[in-house]
Design a protein around this ligand. Structure first.
Ligand SMILES: *Cc1c(COP(=O)(O)O)cnc(C)c1O
Length: 376
């Protein structure tokens, strides 16, 4: 096998996804399986669909196109607001998109009409994290705009927290989203059915759901990190019953020497900013792996016990290998966090290896539905 490589154990991810799908089902919450961290890999998409997610979600149109080309016919939601310059591509491959801008929704409507399609619109609401979302006072008007446009269907509200400012989902902000849903349904004229989805957030909502929060009208979560890494992003704690080692990064040793731990000479900046002051631990077993900043976020790697990451440049990861000197040509594996995973997956230098038995069993017989949240 070639190095560096990232190994993605689809059996473990299948287990994680199935477990969360069934746990959330007891709260009447469906799961949108988010594939962006794996660049829309069809292997992952198939496994998530088989595990029972109601739709797939990805932030990039290229990833969604990749899944469609591979024959994935599960409903797919574009989870980043569409670029107005890409509306035709969005309509062609995505069933639903998360939106905040009336101008974009108008362009989606025109594109959908041209293509003879119907496109589902979820309006995102700002709840305090200050990333995407309409201010709550503007949501009512936006719903009316969507409802008047042809070939787009307003299917519900959504929100996203804990991404820009780390604002936690709680009864207060989730309650606001539920109240808004109820208010909008209450005001709608009787020709409109109640909205079919309130998509409350991402993996950071799990803590709130499982700690007995008042679910209110929340009926869907969009999950990526929890399925792939088995942990809750708010505190990076493992989620009970899930695998936290489904994804592993392996790199090869290209130099292994006994060296002093303290650099010598006049210290200025490094390629990546100020030099960190190394403490003097005397001579150490220092090893270099053929992987660097271009391939991975080194601060997001968990090394094996006894091994310490000392630093990284563009192409080198420097380790203190503790009590043993490693052999040149040998391999060392790490558990990546979300940030390290993202960068590995987008580096063309890192080989992606999907392992596990479940994938071969994933022949999806589903026909493509208009959208996954039943009642339009
Ligand atoms: C990335 C993303 C998600 C998934 O987040 P995780 O923390 O990986 O579960 C959900 N919704 C939106 C809008 C996103 O951008």
């Amino acid at each position: 096998m070639s190095a560096p490589r990232i190994e993605i154990d689809l059996d473990k991810i299948f287990h994680n996804a199935k477990t969360l799908v069934s746990r959330l089902k007891t709260h009447s919450i469906s799961v949108t399986g988010v594939t962006k961290a794996c660049c829309g890999a069809p292997q992952l998409a198939r496994v998530l669909a088989r595990a029972g997610v109601v739709s797939l979600g990805d932030s990039r149109i290229e990833n969604i196109e990749r899944m469609r080309k591979a024959g994935i016919n599960t409903p797919i939601t574009l989870i980043r607001a569409p670029m107005i310059s890409q509306v035709d591509r969005v309509i062609a491959v995505a069933d639903i998109s998360l939106n905040t801008e009336p101008d974009v929704i108008r362009a989606l409507s025109v594109a959908a009409r041209k293509a003879g399609k119907q496109h589902g619109v979820i309006l995102m609401v700002e709840l305090g994290d200050l990333r995407e979302g309409l201010m709550p006072c503007d949501v009512g008007t936006a719903v009316q705009i969507v409802r008047q446009l042809p070939n787009v269907t307003f299917i519900g509200l959504g929100a996203n927290l804990a991404c820009r400012n780390g604002i936690s989902p709680d009864n207060d902000n989730m309650g606001k989203l539920s109240d808004l849903a109820t208010q909008i349904d209450g005001k709608a004229d009787t020709s409109f059915r109640p909205m079919s989805v309130v998509s409350g957030g991402n993996s950071s909502n799990l803590d709130w759901v499982f700690s007995g929060g008042d679910i209110g009208r929340i009926s869907n979560l969009r999950l990526g990190e929890a399925l792939l890494l088995g942990c809750d992003p708010l505190h990076r704690r493992p989620i009970r019953g899930l695998y936290t080692d489904a994804i592993r990064l392996t790199a090869e040793v290209i130099e292994s020497k006994i060296k002093p731990s303290k650099p010598w000479g006049i210290i200025a900046q490094t390629t990546f900013g100020p030099s960190s002051i190394a403490q003097n631990d005397g001579d150490i077993f220092q090893a270099i792996l053929a992987i660097g900043q271009q391939d991975v976020d080194p601060s997001g790697l968990r090394p094996p016990d006894d091994i310490k990451i000392l630093g990284a440049s563009s192409d080198h990861l420097v380790l203190d290998t503790g009590t043993t000197q490693v052999r040149v040509g040998s391999e060392i594996s790490f558990l990546p966090d979300y940030s390290a995973l993202l960068r590995c997956m987008t580096s063309p230098y890192v080989d992606k290896a999907y392992i596990g038995k479940v994938e071969t069993a994933c022949i999806i017989s589903q026909t493509r539905k208009l959208h996954p949240f039943a009642s339009v």
